[in-house]
Design a protein around this ligand. Sequence first.
Ligand code: 5AD
Ligand code: SF4
Length: 439
Amino acid sequence: MDKSIEKFYIETFGCQMNEFDSERIGYLLETCGYLRTNDLNSAKIILINTCSVREKADNKLYGHLGNLKSLKINNPDILICVGGCTAQSLKEKIIKEFPYIDIVFGTKNIKNLPDLIKKRRQTNKSICETEILKNYDSEIFNFKRTFKFKAYLPITIGCNNYCSYCIVPQVRGEEMSMPINLIIKKVENLISEGVCEITLLGQNVNSYGKDLKSPENFAKLLDNLSKIKGLKRIRFVTSHPKDFSKKIISVIKQNSNIMRHIHLPLQAGSNKILKLMNRKYTREDYMNLYHSIKSELPDCSITTDIIVGFPGENEEDFCRTLDLVKNLRFDRAFTFIYSKRKGTVAEKIPDNVTLNIKKQWFKELVELQNLISLEQNKKMVGLKFEVLVEGFSNKKDGQLKGRLENNTVVNFNGDKELIGKLVPVKIKDAKSFYLSGEL
Ligand code: 5AD
Ligand code: SF4
């Protein structure tokens, strides 16, 4: 191999949108002649795609950047590049704190990365480029897939919802939808390349299309996509309850290739807290939506996100969340302790509850939900499902891992040739977070 070819290494933190952005970075750099490596020590360019949704993610990044310092001291030729949401939020501050960082690039500056790398090599001065551009990036659909058989596809980027705790609208900018014909064309392309499952991405996929010159809606997009020949599975995340229309439910019902799984963040069960969070729905609205989905799509799994310890939340508010969790019986919940983010509205709301109490509430909620998840998973024991085989299991050596229509993970014995195929699996046993089965 040509020794002059520089290798790059990407590390990704955070959500699927970041994973997708890393696929774009990979594509761009490979197109420019760089070679991807999974070995940090052989890389000449190290890229870190960061998440800043909670403080924990920021701290993880600082630790990580600290570790990279010795690598840079031993090999001053390597370039360390920091992108993603923390880069967008902290900008030059990252270089001030970690002067050995070569490039800081924002969430809307990925396209310029090859130029920034060249510039950095020529000028020998750290660079920070984080300007948020308003127009949508026509190259957004150029990416190098991690998997052959499945792909993420953003249909909107950015967010206009301004939930009071959330930093995403600041770091990802205003919501922008991709034109419907571009999405359809891209999906057709992906299918011709052997993809059978597409996951549509957006902070609030349900508001898709409102910003387009000739407005579109998510139900129509979903319906159009489901008619594309060869598209076996369509998924989408994330759904905001305030924009989830009855039409979307009926489109899912009419099309068997739209997977029966809806991630529907609740965030809190108390109307007082939902209002403070600026979520724009009540507990009752959420319950009605939940029951409409379940009555039209009885085999649809519903998962959720919940924040515990939001400023102003008291014992009574927390009990309302617990009560809703007990009643609705989510298949799975991602629970978080509230984390104060700079520049958000919630930053200014007085917070009188101690971290200890928040941790107790958190534990109580997690324990309750784990029991419910286990009960929900047990209902599938003895039944047979179609499973997309995704790779090797991380639980048991030699086993395969696949996903049911309802997004539950199942591990089972099988040949690696099955990876990327749809196979029938009978469920034998259930845990809170995954199932075991048999081909
Ligand atoms: N603190 C805690 N959790 C948060 N989330 C978003 N912002 C914060 C925050 N400041 C959670 C929400 C969201 C998920 C992706 O992360 O529950 O749905
Ligand atoms: Fe953040 Fe709310 Fe937008 Fe989700 S919908 S990204 S929680 S502001």
